[in-house]
Design a protein around this ligand. Sequence first.
Ligand code: IMP
Length: 442
Amino acid sequence: MGKNIIIIGTQWGDEGKGKIIDLLSPNVNYIVRYQGGHNAGHTLVVNNKKTVLHLLPSGLLHNHIFGVIGNGVVISPRDLLNEIRMLQKQGIYNLQNRIMISESSPLLLEYHVAMDQAREKRLHSVDDNNSNGNTTIIGTTGRGIGPVYEDKVARRGLRIGDLKNIQLFSVNLRKNVNYYNFLLSNYYHSKVVNYDVIIKDILSVRDDLLNMIQDIPNTLDIAMKNDKKIMFEGAQGTFLDIDHGTYPYVTSSNSISGGVCSGVGVGPLAIDYILGVTKCYTTRVGFGPFPTELFDEIDLHFFNIGKELGSSTGRRRRTGWLDIVALRRCIQINSLSALCMTKLDVLDGLKEIKICIAYKLSNGTQITCTPFSVDEWNNLSPVYKILPGWLGSTVGVRSFNLLPLEAKNYILEIESMVGIPIDMISTGPERNDIIILNNPCL
Ligand code: IMP
């Protein structure tokens, strides 16, 4: 039997999943996105050339991979096709026959972007900020992701498969444009969108989109029966999950491993191994709780050495120490089999390295589980264990034995704290800058 694996982020996204997925791709056949949209940014560095993918599955740079976009992923047609064109220009082989999209994937259209941006802009106003939790500025990517998922659960969303019947599509599109324009102009006092422009635009790419749709549950079922290996690629991270993250400062989809089943149409028993990608420190973009956040010279170190600028929006990432309390929760709710630690090299040269092992509440009580309400998240402080740093460089190290003693101890300490193995340690941006202790795809 093929071995099917899920790769997810254990923090607030940007853990370095793209590199790991790309690295493991030679030994799988299908790579499947199951949630999110082009809010994600997966950075791949191959032969010093950097490619950032937002919507396409990361493994497509390998010629043999089929890239699948499941029903849980929201699709901006223009962004999808631009990304395909970018890869075609780079000479990536036979892409049009290697990309498959669920016909149930929701379409992200111009009014979603307009709504996302108008809402965040309006929430900057003092009035709304002082009211209640429903009017929180999230610091979204501004790409329209939230509004598309809202449309989906409100049962008014348009899906790629709806393009098969263009008459009906046009009627429903007009209804949605009217609905959004009413909100945009009357509530948000913002620019409205133009139906004619949207329909013209979508008609110009309709055939390209319809050519890529497939019955994804069936395709993957057949693949599994033929012993093919499937890798499910998470976007964002566990604490941006709509249900299990630091709500409301989250994205609008289920980024946890459980999202695979509903976001693709495979059952839980199809999964054999789940890898949690964890940065050796923590970063987050946008607003929201972040217990180990730093505002000192270590923050500058992480920012400068770790090049912590958002790959989708170019925003500066907030940085902080590794948080074992959050990581344990993540292991619990995702059934993680193992961890892949990334960016170990960014810790090079630090005198001491802190690991958050508990949270202290304002009344002095210590807790070792993450809370549920944002209010509680905001009112706790980290309790640290301090480990010695190392002076030598770990950049590009490919064998555990060649790491400085303190770096080995750092990794072993994390492993003993979380109770699952660390199967991989990434030591630089290049595809091969990695220590592989256990390759789950072999
Ligand atoms: P949205 O997904 O654009 O609605 O943004 C919601 C929150 O998720 C914001 O804090 C974003 O910065 C964050 N976010 C969305 N996608 C990513 C990602 O790929 N990496 C890191 N943060 C993300």
